[in-house]
Ligand binder design. Structure first.
Ligand code: S3P
Length: 182
C-alpha cells in the first residue's frame, strides 16, 4: 500500500446526516433545527435543485416532467456528496430521492448516516395540506398512500428510523441526536 492511499484511509470521515422520508415528514424543519442544535450547516437538496435550474420544483415537474427532475436531483445529490469534507453537515432530501436505487447506493458508499423520518400516512397527508406548499406528487389520499407504500422499503434501508407521529420538531431532533450519539 502506498503512503497516499493510507493517508486517505486515515482521514476522518465526515459526519454528514441525510434526512429522508415521505412528503410531510418534517425533513426540512427537523434538518434546520438539527443544524442549529449541532452547529452544523443545513442544506435542503430541493433548494439547491431550484437554484441550479432557475425554476421552482412545481415548474420543473410541470414543464419538464418527473424523469427530468429525477435526473437533476441525482446530479445535485452527487455534487453534495462530492463536496462533503470533514465539516459535518445536515442535508434534507426531497421525498422521492431516497426511493431511487442510484441515490441509495451513492449515500451507502459515501458512508454517511441516513435517517428515515416516518409517520402515519394520514398525518403526513394532513401536514402537507397544512403547510400549503405546492407538491406535484401529492394528489388524493389514496394515491398518496400507494406512493408511500411503494417507497417504504427503500426508506427502511436508512441507518435509522424515527417515528415523528404527534411529535414536535424539537422532540424528533432530540431523538435523532440521542440515537446517533451526536
Ligand atoms: C417529492 C417530494 C418533494 C420534492 C418533489 C418530489 C417526492 O419534496 O422533492 O416535489 O417525490 O416525494 P418534499 O418531500 O420536501 O415535499
Amino acid at each position: 500500500m502506498n503512503s497516499r492511499a493510507s493517508v486517505r484511509e486515515c482521514a476522518p470521515k465526515t459526519q454528514a446526516l441525510f434526512l429522508v422520508g415521505f412528503m410531510g415528514a418534517g425533513k426540512s424543519s427537523v434538518g434546520e433545527f438539527l443544524g442549529q442544535r449541532l452547529g452544523w450547516p443545513f442544506e435542503d437538496l430541493d433548494v439547491r435543485i431550484q437554484q441550479r435550474d432557475g425554476r421552482s420544483i412545481e415548474q420543473i415537474f410541470a414543464e419538464s416532467g418527473e424523469h427530468f427532475f429525477r435526473r437533476i436531483e441525482h446530479e445535485a445529490l452527487c455534487t453534495v456528496v462530492e463536496e462533503l469534507g470533514t465539516t459535518p453537515r445536515v442535508i434534507a432530501l426531497g421525498g422521492g430521492a431516497f426511493a431511487q436505487p442510484e441515490n441509495i447506493e451513492l449515500l451507502k458508499s459515501a458512508g454517511v448516516a441516513t435517517v428515515f423520518l416516518d409517520g402515519s400516512v394520514d398525518e403526513l397527508f394532513r401536514r402537507c395540506q397544512d403547510q400549503g406548499r405546492p407538491r406535484p406528487l401529492r394528489s388524493d389520499l389514496e394515491l398518496f398512500r400507494k406512493l408511500y407504500d411503494a417507497r417504504r422499503e427503500h426508506y427502511l434501508s436508512a441507518s435509522l428510523r424515527v417515528d415523528t407521529s404527534a411529535k414536535t420538531v424539537e422532540a424528533v431532533a432530540n431523538e435523532v441526536v440521542e440515537a446517533l450519539g451526536l
